[in-house]
Design a protein around this ligand. Sequence first.
Ligand SMILES: Cc1cc2nc3c(=O)[nH]c(=O)nc-3n(C[C@H](O)[C@H](O)[C@H](O)COP(=O)(O)OP(=O)(O)OC[C@H]3O[C@@H](n4cnc5c(N)ncnc54)[C@H](O)[C@@H]3O)c2cc1C
Length: 307
Amino acid sequence: MWTETDAEAARISALCDEDFHAELERRFGLHLGDIALAGPRRAYPLGLFIARSFVAERIALVGDAAHVIHPIAGQGLNMGLRDVAALAEAIVDAARLGLDIGGADVLDRYQRWRRFDTMAMGVATDGLNRLFSNRSDVLRLARDIGLGVVERLPMVKDFFIREAAGITGDVPKLLKGEALYTVNTLVDALNLCSLRAQLPFGLYDLDRVEPPIVLRRGTPGESYEGIRKAAVHVEGRPVLVDARGPFGNPTSDSARTMITTACRRALVIVYAPGRFPPARLQSVLDETTATLTRWSGGSECARQVLP
Ligand SMILES: Cc1cc2nc3c(=O)[nH]c(=O)nc-3n(C[C@H](O)[C@H](O)[C@H](O)COP(=O)(O)OP(=O)(O)OC[C@H]3O[C@@H](n4cnc5c(N)ncnc54)[C@H](O)[C@@H]3O)c2cc1C
């Protein structure tokens, strides 16, 4: 990256190829070997612009729409990718909780996540540019000493490399190579119901369950394969059992009956203590039906309260 003052940039851009090449070699030296132009030259105005706010009503700015920094550290595109990853994560987290994905809270979370980091990077690159383009002998000496120190201290060098790679601080999942949570509206809507009611809920694919279904105490050695593959031991604990054996309890659902995107009929179990007020239980069931049908469609086909 060759940066110049506006006047010098205009003068150099207007040079013929031969003079331009001579100027380039004079400035860069020949330590990289012979330099040859590979294409047409282009000049871009450079500046530091950071939007006063990254968000407005139902709007979020990402990439260069939110910030334009000096390319001296090669960070512009990286910062834009970090914006996109942070915004995607904020949106998916909100969708899982059934919140409005364009709501002020969600956008605020994105802005808090990205704006400080952007300001810090903008100030750092602007400072670097001023340091490297300054002709003062004192500043040049300080800069050369600084670079020498960084080169000799692996920990300090490693810190700068990690900063430049964007892998410090609160790194969005996508940039860490992790997947965002997938949104299964039925599972997530049910988790929301469970949180609201403060009761454990179970959710099972009814087409993978073979009636009759009973709730009983687990027998010695009884277990089933949990959703994350580990065996769930249910001896002496409440367990749901169908014709094929145990398939769920208040804390773990089974791999056999788990909900997938292919599920068309679901069995919802609300585990409530015996002393739970019956009227309150009915309103929990009503709210659950309303929430599930609102987010996942369908309708309630049967309801039963077991003693
Ligand atoms: C000389 C230079 C070198 C750089 N080097 C690096 C580097 O080494 N590493 C790095 O990470 N970053 C670098 N950057 C920064 C990087 O290029 C930008 O940060 C990045 O391209 C921004 O991506 P963006 O998608 O946000 O915006 P842009 O790439 O600007 O994309 C915006 C697009 O929107 C289009 N558009 C604009 N207005 C309209 C409209 N009204 N209707 C329809 N389309 C429209 C534009 O034509 C453009 O295609 C450099 C920048 C410059 C100028």
